[in-house]
Design a protein around this ligand. Sequence first.
Ligand SMILES: *Cc1c(COP(=O)(O)O)cnc(C)c1O
Length: 476
Amino acid sequence: MTDQELPNGFTGFSRRKPEGFVSAHDAMGGRSPLTDGPGAFGARPRTAASAAPSAYEAASAAFGDGAEAAFQYARDHARPDEGGPAQFDPDKLRLIPALDRRWAWTEVDLNAVRHNVTAVKQRLSAGVRLMAVVKADAYGHGAVRVAKTALNSGADYLGVATVDEAIELREALVNAPILVLSQPPQAAIPLLLAYKVMPSVYTPDFAIQYAETADAYGMRAPYHLAVNTGMNRIGVRHDEVVEFMGQVSFHRALDLVGTFTHFATADSTETLDFQIQVKRFIEAVSALNVAGIDPGIVHAANTAAAVRFPDVHFDMVRLGVGLYGLHPSPVTRPMIDLRPVMSVHARITDVRTVPMSEGVSYGMNYRSPGSVKICTVPVGYADGLRRGLSGRTDVILRGQRCRQVGNICMDQCMFEVDMRTYANRQKLDPQIGDEVLLVGREGNSIVTIDDMANTLGTINYEVAIGFGHRMPRLYV
Ligand SMILES: *Cc1c(COP(=O)(O)O)cnc(C)c1O
């Protein structure tokens, strides 16, 4: 065999070539038999090619752009029917579920989203709106599905961090008002207007450019004014809002539809800094009113403030972390019943008995006591299972907690199953294919995103977002 005949290492097929077989490459003089015509292969490849657009579209929708390349590969390497070996049908390949391609996934409980929206809404006075904050792909939970569920459950507004996050929602046919919670670059202004996405505004340059572009298209330029009351991240200084409005409000297209600030310490037991921000914000809004400027929808509260301080609900609250069933701090935990939305699942991909004192994983920091089975699951730090959790988190197998052991690798990690018998414990018999939980509850065993955040010395927000990047997501 020469390298040219076997370019990709799949040597087994060469023995099974039917009589008179001509390779696709040779038959087409190097062209693709499917994209450039039937060539030597008769009707079948053409059929596959004619079905191609729908398969590509569906595959891309389900799995992203990578799928398109993969199926084009399968199509380009299709082999003839008659007398030959079995064919790969790209449309069938597409149907192999994401959860069978890799045994790791997150589950997103949309009923829990609904519960959390309802629980917060119940605390709002009539007429107070609720913004569902779905930035960062809904904190790793999937922005489109979460946004639609939140809106169906009574949310009125959506908050995102970037223009592209807003566009994703619009392209998924979400029609609610969307506020970008920062001021985008001026070059993005046509996108805001074309997709009807409101910016947060705090510089006169941006405001005027936004207004002039809107005017040129015969549109209004709605925006929310960001007020800096002490967090010192974005916004017009609390005591300069009237001056700011004086600089921009001459422009006829500009529409101030909301005025907001953001709290730096709403989750903290110490409330002095919070009270200062509240006072400054109320003064800024009054100053606008006194100057004859309607501040529009006044909003300030994130989850922590919405749960703890009804006085700062104003006209709208912005529900972020609470939407996902996570508490912004221990302070809110006894105050409201929230249901966690995300759980993290995997199936065991390998099981072995490791002799006593042999190491497991990179560095071999962990040594087998000999009385355990070591199980592998295909979840690693590239999936959000942070390496800092190595040896410091548990995996739930059949309702029992098992210690994760050895360093967490990029794409896999190991856990131990104690094979000794105890009086009142059901002995486990782990098998390849068994499902485990890395985050979630089964029976009396529970591992939470908060547990992981505490162990890591970070916040639950960051851990949740980490699990949103590579694992397929199952909505339940
Ligand atoms: C992220 C964000 C929120 C949501 O905060 P949570 O603590 O997750 O409720 C609200 N407002 C602004 C401006 C934000 O950036």
